[in-house]
Design a binder for this molecule. Structure first.
Ligand SMILES: CC(C)(COP(=O)(O)OP(=O)(O)OC[C@H]1O[C@@H](n2cnc3c(N)ncnc32)[C@H](O)[C@@H]1OP(=O)(O)O)[C@@H](O)C(=O)NCCC(=O)NCCS
Length: 240
């Protein structure tokens, strides 16, 4: 009867997700093993001896840290290098900051100046002021983003701030941002405060996910005096 075959289709549709459940469990186990393997590989780091500086700043002298993230397909690994930027890298950072400014303008409403550039007022400070650390990021050898970090002393204790953080669009949603952020936090073990503008919901979700996973949920969320969302945590405690 035509009515019966219609019923069979409905029954099959309802039963199928249950039939696929073992496959989904297997897939998630494979993903977890892959992540563990990549973490193991990321133990192999390139280092040069660091000079005597504030303990929180010594790690920043690393020439490069190799980390890996699996691509969106879950099979192709990306090699991620987080490299301290020298003054010679200033023009590169200035260019990447323009791309960042354009992305961020959607949330903070910034405009370009008369030369068609956003500009970044504090860029030179990263090579003239103590406590500031610029990093360039390469994925498989190609420029893919940056992180600008400041360690400020607040009530006698140094607190890390991620002043700007950027992953180029091509490399997003593949885990690169998380690898870079963890890398930066590892270089400066101790107290951190990351803030995001109230409109930048993707960034808020990103930092909540990264900090949540890294600290196993031990962080404090709040708002600063200008309404930005803030997450405070200790990067020396937690999963890594
Ligand atoms: C925010 C940004 C750095 C994220 O980089 P990314 O490499 O795409 O992030 P990841 O792939 O490592 O994401 C890690 C987790 O963050 C969350 N996340 C990242 N981007 C997200 C988005 N657009 N929406 C919702 N959640 C997001 C997810 O939980 C993700 O984990 P999952 O993919 O397993 O679900 C990147 O989108 C960017 O550079 N944006 C423009 C500049 C910016 O806003 N910087 C932050 C300023 S505070």
């Amino acid at each position: 009867m035509p009515g019966q075959s219609w019923l069979r289709v409905v029954a099959w549709r309802i039963a199928t997700p249950r039939r696929l459940a073992p496959l989904a469990r297997w897939r998630s186990r494979m993903r977890a093993s892959w992540t563990r393997y990549m973490r193991f590989l990321s133990c192999f780091r390139l280092r040069r001896p660091s000079s005597a500086r504030h303990p929180r700043e010594q790690e920043a002298d690393d020439v490069g840290v190799l980390s890996f993230a699996n691509g969106s397909s879950g099979t192709d690994a990306m090699m991620i290098n987080v490299l301290p930027a020298s003054i010679e890298d200033r023009p590169v950072l200035a260019h990447l900051l323009e791309l960042y400014g354009h992305d961020i303008s959607e949330f903070d409403g910034r405009d370009v100046g008369e030369h068609g550039l956003y500009g970044y007022h504090y860029l030179d400070h990263y090579w003239t002021e103590p406590g500031r650390h610029p990093f360039l990021v390469r994925v498989d050898g190609r420029l893919a983003g940056f992180a600008l970090v400041s360690i400020r002393v607040l009530s006698d204790e140094p607190v890390g701030h991620v002043s700007e953080f950027f992953v180029m669009r091509k490399y997003r949603r593949m885990g690169a941002g998380e690898v870079i952020a963890r890398d930066v936090f590892r270089r400066f073990p101790g107290r951190w405060r990351v803030s995001q503008s109230s409109g930048n919901l993707p960034a808020q979700r990103f930092w909540r996910a990264v900090v949540g996973r890294m600290t196993l949920g031990v962080y404090t969320e709040g708002h600063d005096e200008v309404g930005r969302t803030t997450l405070e945590f200790d990067s020396s405690a937690g999963a890594d």
